[in-house]
Design a protein around this ligand. Structure first.
Ligand code: ADP
Length: 199
């Protein structure tokens, strides 16, 4: 923990009946909240997409349902996206102006490239956001649903990657993790505590 301003002072606040944990890192606020990614008012939300950008269940289905058919039309034109990478479309009818479609790895046994691919999924999403001048972004817990990544491990990888990124890049004001259940939120809170301890 060398850089000045890397002030990690997590604050538990209850706002609008949702549990929020805020941590300030350099000029970025990293928040953990329980909620629905489709309802977020950040400039961009991230979709846990598949490599064909074909829609599906979970986050993907919810985003296309809430955002309308325009998002899928844009996805069809883009055609696809390799695992570990991300592409951007507009947000259709969503509050968010953009959707960043990020393709996380399918978890097999953790002995392959899963970790590297999950790291690059988060990093590429953040890089696209910066290229577009986006200041606020919401992430779901990528790969921990249908793709089977154990959430304890995935949450540490996600948080480490994001913290490393915001230590090196000051452009983003808000990065929000939107966890779908109380138990997922708890896992992320615990992982954030551990990751900061190692920081
Ligand atoms: P993946 O295929 O990358 O595993 P999923 O969409 O199946 O992605 O699941 C990723 C995580 O997102 C899971 O923890 C799931 O519970 C959660 N999730 C599902 N729907 C939503 C939603 N509307 N908002 C936020 N998180 C969601």
């Amino acid at each position: 923990m060398s850089s000045a301003g890397y002030g990690l002072n997590p604050q538990h606040v209850t706002r609008k009946e949702v549990d929020i944990m805020d941590t300030n890192i350099n000029s970025t606020t990293l928040s953990l909240v329980k909620g629905d990614i489709t309802q977020q008012d950040t400039e961009a939300i991230v979709n846990a997409a598949n490599s064909r950008l074909a829609g599906g269940g979970g986050v993907d289905g919810a985003i296309h349902r809430a955002g309308g058919p325009g998002i899928m039309e844009e996805c069809r034109k883009i055609g696809g996206c390799p695992t570990g990478s991300a592409v951007i479309t507009t947000g259709g009818n969503l509050k968010a102006r953009y959707v960043i479609h990020a393709v996380g790895p399918v978890y097999r046994d953790g002995k392959g490239k899963e970790k590297k691919l999950l790291e690059s999924t988060y990093r590429n999403s953040l890089e696209i956001a910066i290229e577009k001048g986006i200041k606020s972004i919401s992430f779901p817990s990528i790969s921990t649903g249908a793709y089977g990544y154990p959430i304890k491990e995935a949450s540490k990888i996600a948080l480490c990657t994001i913290i490393d990124f915001i230590k090196a890049n000051k452009e983003l004001d808000i990065i929000r993790f939107v966890l779908f259940s109380e138990s997922d939120l708890k896992v992320y809170e615990e992982s954030l505590g551990k990751v900061k301890g190692e920081g």
